[in-house]
Design a protein around this ligand. Sequence first.
Ligand SMILES: CC(C)(COP(=O)(O)OP(=O)(O)OC[C@H]1O[C@@H](n2cnc3c(N)ncnc32)[C@H](O)[C@@H]1OP(=O)(O)O)[C@@H](O)C(=O)NCCC(=O)NCCS
Length: 198
Amino acid sequence: MIIREIHKNEYKELSYIHLESFKDFFLSNLGKSFLYAYYRACLNSQETIAFCSINSQNELQGFCVGCTESKGFHKRLLIKNIFVFLFQGIIILFTKPKAILRLAKNLDKKTDKKDNGLYAELLSIGVSSSIKGTGVGKELINRFEEEAKERLCKKIALTTDYYSNENVISFYEKMGYKVFYEFTTYPNRRMYKLIKEL
Ligand SMILES: CC(C)(COP(=O)(O)OP(=O)(O)OC[C@H]1O[C@@H](n2cnc3c(N)ncnc32)[C@H](O)[C@@H]1OP(=O)(O)O)[C@@H](O)C(=O)NCCC(=O)NCCS
């Protein structure tokens, strides 16, 4: 298994794996065009940490993407890429109007008084269904954590679904993540925020 950084121009390949591993999730339902824009912006940000697993044909099979400082990351991304996201916003407004409200309300996922957002955040991790359970997710998180440490991050947090998500939660628990708190995002999605001290 080869784990390496994701190149800036690999936002499409990254989006394909996202679509495959997050079927019927909110971001996936916004469509390929939005995912391209989102991951392209992430990969262009200095704050982003992004690794992938590739096979012998150099094809992406898994990915993890996160940022060094959770607090305000998505707002900074939006401001830096304002025209790209305005354009995407207009498309979504016509095709999925309710999603705009949800995007706006969930821009900042800080939802608990004890949460100051001063930690790195693992925003997304997914592996192709054909290689699930073969240790790729674990290696991706390990590399993400090493890089976060090198960039002087002290903690990593992430959010994950509360209901019907036992497998993913046990995966994170095995990787040393603990429940920080529970919260509900708009419109009514119960979530866990997990955290790990590095
Ligand atoms: C979650 C995910 C990234 C895990 O990646 P993976 O490559 O399948 O996991 P690994 O093979 O590296 O497993 C690492 C450890 O977690 C455990 N684990 C993995 N999947 C598990 C499951 N479904 N149930 C229980 N434990 C699990 C493994 O047993 C392993 O433990 P070990 O080191 O003691 O053997 C992958 O299943 C995935 O892409 N899921 C869909 C996308 C998703 O939900 N992402 C998270 C969103 S918050």
